[in-house]
Design a protein around this ligand. Structure first.
Ligand code: SF4
Length: 103
């Protein structure tokens, strides 16, 4: 199922606004809250097991931030920056509807 137009627009704006900062270290970036409006729109959950599969049918078991193309955390890290959310830290075991399988 393709991303809705609303989700696409949120994602595009988020990635564009964060591109400026993409080369900076984000170790001290704030942690993304599930209550964040963009996170809610994209169904972000800190624990991928808690994804609402009815609302977000793109989710497939095994998909997590750690194996998402957009995840910028180091391998094995518990959290890492995500450009979808302006570089805020997302949980390596999390997931959202902007997931892109790592190549
Ligand atoms: Fe970011 Fe990908 Fe995790 Fe979504 S699934 S929060 S895009 S790293």
């Amino acid at each position: 199922m393709p991303l809705s137009r609303r989700c696409f627009m949120i994602l595009a704006a988020s990635v564009a606004s964060s591109a400026v900062f993409s080369t900076e270290s984000r170790a001290d970036a704030p942690v993304l809250a599930e209550s964040d409006p963009t996170a809610q729109a994209l169904g972000y959950r800190m624990d991928a097991f808690k994804v609402d599969k009815t609302k977000f049918p793109r989710f497939q078991t095994g998909q997590t931030c750690a194996n998402c193309q957009l995840y910028q955390g180091k391998s094995g890290s518990a959290m890492g920056p995500c450009p979808t959310y302006g570089g805020k830290l997302v949980n390596a075991k999390g997931w959202c509807n902007a997931y892109v399988k790592k190549a």
